[in-house]
Design a protein around this ligand. Structure first.
Ligand code: ATP
Ligand code: MG
Length: 347
């Protein structure tokens, strides 16, 4: 894993003036409870670099309908995710926050780019295989086309950097390939070629119950993840039940995924070195590691949960923030979409 792109040559669309700062774009699906993996792999990093970049962060609701979801739940999840973004520290002075379906250009661009996407490229996407599983014949086509919509999300904003977790690396590669292919086909710089921004620590948090799989919102087992809104008792129970092994030795070791994952979460939250952490638990048992980890998780989440409750008390304010965000980004998306249509010969 690398931190990439800081000295990359800026490439901007000739149709818009280059921004003063590099632009970041990223998003989370309102498909379930937001968990520690989403926080450590994505949101925390967005917050930390928000003054450095020109940021656009999205609630990608069109992605959340790729798997069945109850309408009430989807609506709730959108509002909750907005409150979580703000509670984690995203600041509207530095970030534009919006809901994907409020900017219609995403869906329109996605149809167009889909027509330029070789089927073979989509067939190679591992996340489709993982999510569709045995149901490849019956799942909706949206889950297959998801990477094209994600590419449009990024490309519409002439994004330079995409801060995401490790699981999105393959989709980012596809986005770059699609953008390069389109630019090349029409011999014009319609799209900026984006770079992934994947941090070394926290980019891949694993499930607590099956540490060979990543922690996910849509895993049907609630014990597999720690949600940002879990109360201390639930967090304690989930960590106590987390899969370990019988070796009784506390070491970072990818061959021992259970312990390795607990230590990785501890490392990401305490921001201490691996040597220091192994020294702290020298001669100690798994019970002590789990107890310390519980303390650190609870202490991290407590202020986030407090702020979350405050934002949730004012739905009108949340709505106003999201509306202002959509109004601010729509012209950027429209300029790129118009350029796509112009070079293709549409309209
Ligand atoms: P879903 O099961 O609906 O796909 P998810 O947990 O994978 O949910 P996404 O909305 O797909 O969450 O991803 C949002 C962001 O969180 C992305 O940047 C993704 O890379 C990151 N992310 C998701 N899971 C993890 C994880 N386990 N560890 C680190 N980062 C993660
Ligand atoms: Mg996902």
């Amino acid at each position: 894993m690398t931190t990439i792109g800081h000295d990359q040559q800026l490439q901007t669309s000739s149709s818009s003036a280059p921004p003063l700062k590099k632009r970041t774009f990223s998003g989370i699906q309102p498909s379930g409870d937001i968990h520690l993996g989403n926080y450590l792999g994505a949101i925390r990093n967005w917050v930390r670099t928000q003054t450095e970049y020109d940021n656009i962060y999205c609630i990608v609701d069109l992605h959340a309908i790729t798997l069945p979801i109850d309408p009430q739940e989807l609506r709730q999840n959108i509002r909750r995710l907005a409150a979580i973004y703000l509670a984690c520290g995203l600041d509207t002075r530095y970030c534009k926050l919006f809901v994907q379906s409020h900017v219609r250009q995403h869906a329109e661009a996605s149809w167009i780019l889909g027509c330029f996407t070789p089927m073979g490229w989509l067939n190679r996407m591992t996340q489709f295989k993982a999510k569709a599983g045995e149901n490849q014949e019956t799942v909706g086509a949206g889950i297959y086309m998801y990477p094209v919509l994600m590419a449009c999300d990024i490309l519409l904003y002439q994004t330079h950097l995409v801060p995401v977790g490790e699981d999105q690396r393959q989709h980012l590669e596809l986005t770059r390939d699609l953008a390069q292919r389109f630019n090349h086909l029409y011999k014009q710089e319609v799209f900026t070629i984006p770079e992934p921004l994947i941090r070394e620590v926290g980019a891949r948090i694993m499930s607590l119950t099956d540490p060979t799989q990543k922690m996910s919102k849509t895993n049907p087992n609630p014990n597999s993840r720690i949600n940002l809104l879990d109360d201390p008792k639930t967090i304690k129970q989930k960590i106590a039940r987390a899969t370990t092994d019988s070796l009784r030795l506390i070491r970072f070791d990818p061959e021992r995924p259970g312990i390795n994952n607990l230590l990785t979460i501890y490392e990401a939250l305490t921001e201490r070195s691996r040597e220091e952490i192994e020294a702290e638990f020298e001669g100690k048992g798994y019970g002590e590691l789990k107890a310390r980890l519980t303390e650190v998780v609870v202490a991290t989440l407590e202020p986030i949960q407090r702020r979350y409750q405050e934002y949730m008390r004012d739905p009108a304010e949340l709505e106003a923030i999201l509306r202002a965000g959509a109004d601010a980004v729509r012209p950027i998306a429209e300029a790129t979409l118009q350029r796509m249509k112009d070079v293709i010969g549409l309209g």
